[in-house]
Ligand binder design. Structure first.
Ligand code: AMP
Length: 510
């Protein structure tokens, strides 16, 4: 099928031709005519399928008639992360370059005044993360009564991140007579329920995950002890002469630790996660896209949808605990028909996460021995076992001190050909340095308890929004409360002031 057959305007077609797209992708073929007809849409599609153009192109054409009014935007696109919102805004400008449409990007982490000014003037399109949008609404600076088209993008991601209460509040303020486009990469029961609530008689279109993923991405799995991961990573980076890579960690804190460690070992690395100021996030991503940063260590804030041209390598320093995130992360490489390499470092305790990924992608990830580091085995019996650093398994970082000088296999470790040593007998010069990193990090935590809290949260956008922080913490509070009860369930009283951990002796009856 050709773009010309989809019913788009000449201006939109010219913009598409300027970008160089030859034919529509399957989601564009299916969704564009439905959106142009004014019908609600339930699109099951992942990033990388051309999904953004499937809603922005027809929206631009629909918006071509009519005018924006002050403080009353005509369309609203909700995105789970600031990065995705920014990218959609860039796409909107590119696809809409032959139209005169005004756009405002409302994302957290940046000052509100410039956003207010834009909204005051009147915009056709609002692209927003839910928390910041509600801040504007609550300040009385923005009215949602003029919204004719609503796009909820990456709905499953919004659900994972705990944004759905905000989304439901936003939807509650929109006119019931509107067109709604709802996109999700997966379709769990809760997403189906929400789709039923937000959509009216929708057309459902569904496309397979980007085929390029399976074909063009070479995948490799290295299984090593958690404390060997950093050495393994450095050796792989050197061995494979990796010049540019995105390296994912599961937790924000580990992103910083790994980036600093890589820098100390002479690599050009930077960090990207949701606790950084938005200006830093934007600048870091721009520099990485331009090739000014070699290694970008990131949380999952960079996993979905980010378009980084010609990125040859993606590393999972930690195995993602949600199998779908594996697909999102490695989908950052091998974009636009190029090939790429996705490398995953797993610890023995990650067996269940690796099994979930295998089930999702329908095949084993080919294994290889990590250069200069003793190979380990996935070990079901170690799955979920808490580590000495208090973290559950998930391959997230070196276990603090585990086995240093005590590990049963330590004597077997060998000196690597890369000049990195492993094991007690040979690691004496290295061990203090690695320990120093841990200590520095621990003292950071002590200085900033708030940071520690959000580090343990999923690597979300807008983690500091107090409204959401409150609702996000509710389940944790519930758990703490139930943990605060005696094992017999006897008194059922809360123990106040000890956080989640209540020593058992305090709960024993005198
Ligand atoms: P998305 O799923 O919207 O994140 O898009 C993924 C990538 O596909 C982006 O780099 C787009 O520029 C690109 N893309 C979108 N539509 C097409 C198309 N029809 N032909 C080729 N590339 C496309």
């Amino acid at each position: 099928m050709k773009f010309e057959e989809l019913g788009l305007s000449d201006e939109a077609l010219r913009a598409v031709a300027d970008i160089g797209y030859d034919v529509p992708t399957p989601i564009q073929e299916k969704a564009i005519p439905v959106v142009l007809q004014g019908r609600d849409l339930f699109g099951v599609a992942q990033t990388g399928t051309g999904k953004t153009a499937s809603f922005t192109l027809p929206m631009i054409d629909i918006l071509a008639s009519g005018q924006a009014k002050a403080r009353m935007p005509r369309t609203l696109i909700l995105e789970p992360t600031r990065e995705l919102a920014t990218q959609v805004a860039e796409n909107f400008e590119e696809y809409g370059k032959y139209h005169k449409l005004s756009l405002a990007l409302l994302i957290g982490g940046v000052r509100m005044d410039a956003q207010n000014k834009k909204v005051d003037r009147g915009v056709d399109v609002l692209i927003a993360t839910p928390g910041r949008l509600l801040d504007h609404v609550d300040n009385g600076r923005l009215m949602l009564g003029g919204i004719k088209i609503l796009v909820i993008d990456e709905a499953d991601r919004m659900l994972d991140m705990g944004f759905m209460p905000d989304v439901e509040r936003i939807v509650g303020q929109l006119p019931p007579l509107r067109q709604t486009l709802f996109f999700s990469a997966t379709m769990p029961a809760e997403i189906k329920r929400l789709a039923g609530k937000f959509l009216r008689n929708p057309r459902e279109v569904s496309v397979a995950p980007p085929a390029a993923l399976a074909d063009n991405v070479e995948q490799t799995l290295f299984v090593v002890e958690a404390e060997d991961k950093r050495v393994a990573l450095r050796n792989i980076l050197r061995d494979q002469k990796v010049e540019r890579a995105l390296i994912f960690c599961n937790r924000k804190r580990d992103v910083g630790v790994l980036a600093r460690s890589l820098k100390r070992h002479g690599f050009g690395a930077a960090e990207l996660h949701g606790d950084l100021a938005q200006s830093v996030r934007t600048e870091t991503l721009e520099r990485f896209k331009k090739g000014e940063i070699d290694l970008l260590v990131a949380s999952d804030v960079a996993a979905r949808g980010l378009d980084i041209e010609g990125l040859p390598h993606v590393f999972n320093f930690d195995v993602p605990t949600h199998a779908e995130d594996y697909i999102h992360r490695i989908g950052r490489t091998a974009r636009a028909g190029l090939s790429g390499h996705a490398i995953t470092l797993a610890a023995p305790e990650d067996s269940k996460y690796i099994a979930a990924i295998k089930a999702l992608i329908g095949k084993e990830i080919p294994r290889a021995p990590a250069p200069g580091v003793e190979e380990a085995s996935l070990d079901e019996s170690r799955a979920g076992r808490p580590r000495r650093d208090g973290r559950s398994s998930g391959g997230r970082s070196a276990r603090a001190g585990r086995g240093r000088g005590k590990a049963p296999n330590e004597g077997k470790r060998r000196q690597s050909s890369h000049g990195e040593s492993h094991g007690s007998s040979q690691s004496a010069p290295r061990a203090p340095r690695e320990i120093a990193v841990k200590q520095a990090d621990a003292s950071d935590e002590a200085r900033s308890p708030q940071r520690t809290k959000s580090d343990n949260a999923p690597a979300n956008d807008e983690a500091r929004n107090p409204r959401r922080a409150k609702s996000d913490n509710a389940p944790a509070r519930e758990q703490a409360r139930s943990r605060g009860k005696s094992p017999s369930g006897g008194r059922g009283e809360d123990v106040i002031g000890l956080g989640d951990h209540v020593p058992a002796f305090l709960l024993r009856k005198p």
